[in-house]
Unconditional design. Structure first.
Length: 111
């Protein structure tokens, strides 16, 4: 799993596997983060939204759950990092870990 840098906000990003997504905030303010995954047909998994490495929100999925969503509203300073990461249960790490599809959205403001 790799870390993918998100260059633009206010655009949705398609997630095709469990790579981490990281965004650096250009200016202070409120930022809305949301991610919806579907096609979870294998692993037990957690999604985490982190701000500067600190976990702010966690959402968990257990089979046979097929969808999960996470949302966070973060008060950020300039140059804070927002990261969406995935934690796959070690027993499931080889079990369809790239089957999930989803949409990540990071937006300025409280949308």
């Amino acid at each position: 799993m790799a870390t993918i840098l998100v260059q633009n906000i206010d655009q949705s990003k398609v997630i095709n596997n469990f790579d981490s997504m990281q965004y650096t905030v250009p200016s202070a303010g409120m930022y809305s983060v949301s991610c919806s995954l579907n096609k979870l047909d294998g692993p037990s998994l957690q999604m985490q939204v982190r701000q500067n490495g600190s976990v702010q929100v966690t959402s968990s999925s257990v089979p046979p759950q097929t969808e999960m969503t996470i949302e966070a509203l973060l008060n950020c300073a300039a140059n804070d990092t927002i990261t969406l990461s995935f934690v796959v249960n070690s027993a499931d790490v080889n079990n369809n870990i790239n089957s999930a599809k989803g949409i990540l959205s990071i937006r300025a403001g409280t949308v």
